[in-house]
Design a protein. Sequence first.
Length: 344
Amino acid sequence: MEILTAVRKTSQGHGTDSSRSWSESACAIKNLEWSRRGDFLEVSGTVTNLTQESLPHLMLRIKLYNKDSRLLLTDDFHLTNRLLKSGQTSAFRYSCEYRNGISLASVSVCPYPSELDISVDPSPRIRIRELSLLQDELSVGNKKVIIQKGDLVFARVDDVLDKSAALGGPVRLVTRSPYYHMLIYNHAAKFVHAFWPATEENDLFDFYLKRPNLLLAFGRPLHKDFSEATPEEGSRAVEYSKTQIGKPYDVGANFSYLFRTDGVQKMPYFLRRFFDKSNRLRSSRKWQCSGLACAAWFNAAGIEFADNLQDYIYLSPADMAESNYTRLYAYLKVSDGEPTLLKK
C-alpha cells in the first residue's frame, strides 16, 4: 500500500493566544509506515512542528483510498502528545479495521480552527464518514445525520437523459410521487438496488452524487409497534439483498402500477391480478426496486410496510415512502450542483 502526505515543507506560525490558527503546512509528517495486524490496519509515523509557536490539541487526518483513488475512509485523531512545541517531533500511530481494496493512505495536519476549510472552499460538499460497521455520518457543511445499515433511500434524478429517470418516469406519473426508485443502504456509501439490467451493488458517489439535480430521501423501517429497526436487523436486510445480486430487473413490474387502484381504474380484473401476483416477498426470479427492499426487510426482521401484507401485494416506492412503517428522517437535495441537507 502506498502512503502519501499532503503537507508542505515550510510554514509560518499564527498568533500567540487562544485564537491562534494553523493550516495543513504547520507540520512535517515523515517516516510513514503501514502494517496489517489481523483484521486491523495500522499506520504510523512522526510529526514535527514547523511553526514558531506551540500547537495545542493537534490532530491529524488520515484518508484511505482504493486503487481507483476512491475515498474509502476519512478520520481525525489526536496525537498522544496533545501539545507540540515549536520544533518538537512526536510519534503517532493510527489503527482501524482493515478493508479489502485499500491501496493508498494520506496523512495530513487538521487545520485549526476547522472553519479554515470553509474559507478555502465556501461551497458545501457532501461527505460520508464511517462511524462503525453499522453506521455512517452524512454531512453537508455543518449539517450532519446518521445513516444506518439497511436504511431505505428514495431517489429522483431530474435529467431527461438519465437512464433511471427514463425508467422511472411512468412510475412517478402513475403513483403521483416525487420518487421513482429506491435502494437499500449498505455501508461506506455502498448500496444494493434492483436496477436495469440486474440487481447490483453500487456507490452513492458514482451513481448519484455527481449529478447536478437530484433528491434523495432517507428512511428508517419501523416495526408494528413503531419501534425503529436496529442496525443488526439492517445488516441482515443488506445481507439478504446481496444474495439477490445478479437477478434480472423486472421491467414488467413497472407496468403493474397501471393496474392498481392508484393507476388506471378500468383494466380487466384478471390483468390486475396477474401483475399483483408477479412479485413475491420470500423469493423471486427477478426484482424491481421496491420489491427487493420489501423482501429484504420481511426476511430480515419480519417488517411489513402495509397492514396485513400478503406475498402477492405489490408496493411501489411511493407506498414505501408514505408507509406508516417508514420514518423519513433526512433529505439530500442537489440543485444546479449545490447540495442541501434537510433533517427532521
